[in-house]
Design a protein around this ligand. Sequence first.
Ligand code: 173
Length: 322
Amino acid sequence: MKTFKKLAGVMVAAALFAANPASADEVVLRAVTAFQPGSFISKPFERFVEKVNAEGKGKVQIDLIGGPSAIPPFEVGNSVSSGVIDMGFVTTAFYTNLLPEGDALKLTERPMQELRKNGGWELINKLHNEKMNVQYLARTGDGLPFHLYVNKPVTKADLTGLTLRVTPVYRAFFEALHANSIQTPPSEVYTSLERGVVDGYGWPLQGIFDLGWQEVTKARVDPGFYQSDVNVLVNLDKWKSLTDDQRAFLNKMADWLESTNAENVALNEAEKKRQADAGMVVYELKGAEREKWLNTAKEAGWAQVKKVAPDVADELRAKLTK
Ligand code: 173
């Protein structure tokens, strides 16, 4: 039986080889993730890479070169754009230098499955194609809100007197509520908190344990706001050089990746419990303060998009929101 299996295996392999003399056509895409490998934010992409490599033999393989130590997070967009790497997993907040309009992605109110039907994805992809020479393959982070984490009490929708670590995701919002802001990559959050350089920071609901931030974080402010966007980008010249079959395969894998966004509902709940178990406090804004918090987030966000991209801001808002 064992021998038979082995033999059958060899025959199948031979048949595959014969049927697919084009295995020389297998393309290997060199990829980098802008987030710590193994971390909550990076994990969906790592699962995607595994699945592509398992199902794409002879067609498409992804060589995940590394994370922030391979390429600084704010350089990943540039690197895909110029073709230094073929694929990047990165949030729009890290490439606003190339695509200021990307600021709109965190403001989506419809899931990607819907944006792929209503022209939203097409518009996003067109902007990525034209302005940064990349194909917008897929988005993770849908259903994962951002939060403010603080070491001082926040009881109102007012951040006067607080200095907060930001990226372009949070800056307009926190500043509209009178905070001071300092931009840093994720790698500098821990020491900024430890040294008291900042009183808090913005980050999604998931992932603060990955870099040990619970050790230097007292509280989370609720409610969360926006939707995370962490995107799979492919250099456009590389994308165009693929065969129809390879592109169709990657698009199918992209649909699968976006279907995993549904897992965020359960992951969010688990993360809240984990934070509570670690002794973190929740400052929950209610009633009018809650309304002001959410409304300021939304309007400051769209005002920023309008400022940097006056020509497409309205079209983006119409397609991406309800
Ligand atoms: O670094 C950040 O806080 C940030 O902008 C971000 C965006 C998406 C997911 C995780 C972090």
